[in-house]
Design a protein around this ligand. Sequence first.
Ligand SMILES: *Cc1c(COP(=O)(O)O)cnc(C)c1O
Length: 360
Amino acid sequence: MSRTYNFSAGPAALPESVLRRAQSEMLEWGKARASVMEISHRGKDFIAMAQKSEQDLRALMAIPANYKVLFLQGGATQHFAQIAMNFARRGQVADYVVTGHWGEKAAKEAKTLADVRIAASGEGGKFTAIPPRASWHLDADAAYVHYTPNETIHGVEFHDVPDVGDLPLVADMSSDILSAPVDVSKFGIIYAGAQKNIGASGLVVMIVREDLLARCPKDIPKIFNYAEHAANESMLNTPNTFGWYLAGLVFEWLLENGGVAAMGERNRAKADLLYGYIDSSDFYKNPVEKSARSWMNVPFTLPREELDAPFLKEVEGAGLMALKGHRAVGGMRASLYNAMPLEGVQALVGFMKDFAARNG
Ligand SMILES: *Cc1c(COP(=O)(O)O)cnc(C)c1O
């Protein structure tokens, strides 16, 4: 087998034990006499699995009872638009805090439906820092404040939840959900595409405060209406059954491995190791202000662009894959989601040292 340390930004590495379990259950899942993909989502086995996965996520994130958990489809991108459709209709202000590519995209999609205002943006500084909270221009009547706690491409992460008073805070946690403890009660809505820290693409997990669901308009198609999804236990239509099952396996793996507190410690150690080495070298650089550096996605550049191709070729040879950076930022990017063990980061730093010594 040539499976290797996978630094992909997404779809990203899954815990090997989860993949092995899915493999072992592929032909016959539990007592179903069929795979989990081949049975009714309305049958008692599937519903029991769905309920358990929700309970496990609730336990992992200490989700308060007045929040609904939805297992939806469409990727995070669909929900950029759908959140505006449900919670801020035309003429209503929605505030967006933009600290990178995804926040920008979320605001653009919402703009087709709501009166989107950019309350703060890091664009002037090329998205290398978080605009200080005191500089944000929030509208007291905004329907919500949307932000991206971790910008996957720019490698910029909030390490505290911003205080927006009584305005509902909406967070696209696609690339940092479950990476460390968060206080869910500070949010109106948390949503995340699954393919970074949860499982397979095509599934979106949404945690939404119940009182907000009362705002969902009745005159939009049911299939876009979050209140309808909540009232139907995310089974308004056929859910992404395999994605839901796989997410459940990842939640079990997280619980067996110390939960989000342990993940937070592990992720900090991984990030410290890589940033520590980058900062100590005069070969590699990361442009992000230290307090805003992402623990999940670490972009870095080499001293000369012509070194990128040999770096990528040799790093693959060393058993480390998917390090090419996003074209918006250039250079390399190492994604260090929960499934990346410390040993993978140690191997990467070892390679980086060796490459720098040979090319410095
Ligand atoms: C990957 C990503 C997305 C896009 O997710 P899709 O499932 O492709 O729609 C959105 N936001 C963030 C922060 C991401 O990392």
